[in-house]
Write a protein that binds this ligand. Structure first.
Ligand SMILES: [Zn+2]
Length: 356
């Protein structure tokens, strides 16, 4: 999605909500279920410069979403029950699953009590290196560098560029430019660029990881509750499609093995880092299937249709609970499935959406 799409999408979601179209169409468009995607759940206020605010929602918002989902008649399912539910075809009631990526510490501090209150099962996908305290959280590190600086200089494709970072809007601009450029280059180069910037400001990557992420003891403590499933999310949180086949396969299998070893139980579920079309495609879906995992989730938007996803359990779409859309009205419209149907119909007409 375009980086400038937020105001447009909010207006479109509001229009659908107030027109009532989402509600009227819901029985026909909502599909058989939905898998929600979250990252951070925290009461911490949003700072003026915080581009990664989209990754955090408040416990109150999560609470409102859970109560809305239950009120709308959804069954709350554990991911372990999803393959059978999809295989059974259309059920009387739709289902909802909750998933959280990356293993942020606030998942156990702030998300868990909310899920517990509703007896709602949920899955946390952990990158093995993060739980070892060796994670490379480059998107948060870049935010910290820009936050602390008044100018930032980066060698971008052989040309040195200096960004002013002395005001919030200049910082936002610099972050967008550098972030989206990093997403186009190799994972290894991108991380080296951010590591160099961080070193210049005396910032320590391992310290940031230990501050933000759970360690294995905390993951085990969380997993002791029967509501919790732990899934794998690679070792180093790299875009798999950018890696050669052997490295990509190893990232997946080693992370699954690590979760199994640390938790002493099978790991059946996987989430593709970044999860977009450029990060996970047919090759990765097949790898995950061959490794015997039961489900895998992308960040592609949409709901679950049994007849579509019965044979595509390793490429499941999700619905993001994004920090910029913390309004239960938006969630209601997205659950109706209307935005995705409209989006796909528009894409087919304009040839911008693949028919799959
Ligand atoms: Zn992730």
């Amino acid at each position: 999605m375009s980086r400038h799409a937020t105001p447009f999408l909010k207006a479109a979601l509001s229009a659908l909500y107030y027109s009532g179209a989402g509600g009227i169409a819901a029985p026909f468009t909502r599909g058989d279920g939905v898998i929600f995607m979250l990252h951070r759940v925290t009461p911490e206020p949003v700072r003026p410069f915080e581009p990664n605010r989209i990754l955090k929602v408040t416990p109150e918002f999560l609470d409102a979403v859970l109560s809305q989902v239950i009120e709308a008649g959804y069954d709350l399912l554990s991911l372990d029950d999803v393959p059978d539910r999809i295989a059974a075809g259309k059920a009387e009631r739709p289902f909802a699953c909750f998933t959280l990526d990356d293993g942020y510490r606030d998942n156990s501090e702030h998300a868990f009590p909310v899920f517990k209150r509703y007896a709602a099962p949920f899955t946390v996908y952990v990158p093995a290196d993060y739980m070892d305290g060796r994670g490379d959280l480059w998107w948060l590190m870049l935010e910290r560098v820009i936050d602390q600086s008044s100018t930032v200089t980066v060698d971008m494709d052989g040309a040195e560029r200096t960004f002013l970072t002395d005001t919030v809007s200049a910082k936002d601009h610099a972050y967008r430019e550098i972030y989206w450029w990093l997403r186009t280059i190799s994972e290894f180069e991108a991380r080296a660029v951010v590591a160099r910037l961080a070193a210049g400001f005396g910032l320590d990557g391992d310290a940031l990881c230990a501050e933000m992420m759970m360690n294995w003891d905390e993951v085990r403590a969380l997993a002791a509750d029967p509501l919790v499933t732990i899934g794998a999310h690679t070792c180093r949180h790299m875009s798999l499609a950018k890696l050669d086949a052997d490295t990509a396969r190893h990232e997946i299998s080693a992370s699954v093995a690590r979760v199994e070893q640390e938790l002493g139980r099978p790991c059946r579920h996987f989430s593709y880092p970044y999860g977009c079309r450029n990060s996970a495609g047919i090759r990765e879906f097949e790898m995950v299937r061959e490794l015997g995992l039961h489900t895998a989730v992308t960040t592609r938007k949409g709901q679950i249709d049994s007849h579509v996803h019965e044979d595509r359990l390793t490429e499941l779409p999700r619905l993001s609970l994004n920090g910029d859309y913390q309004d239960p009205r938006y969630v209601k419209v997205m659950m109706s499935g209307m935005p995705f149907r409209l989006w796909n119909a528009l894409g087919r007409m304009t040839g911008t959406v693949e028919a799959r």
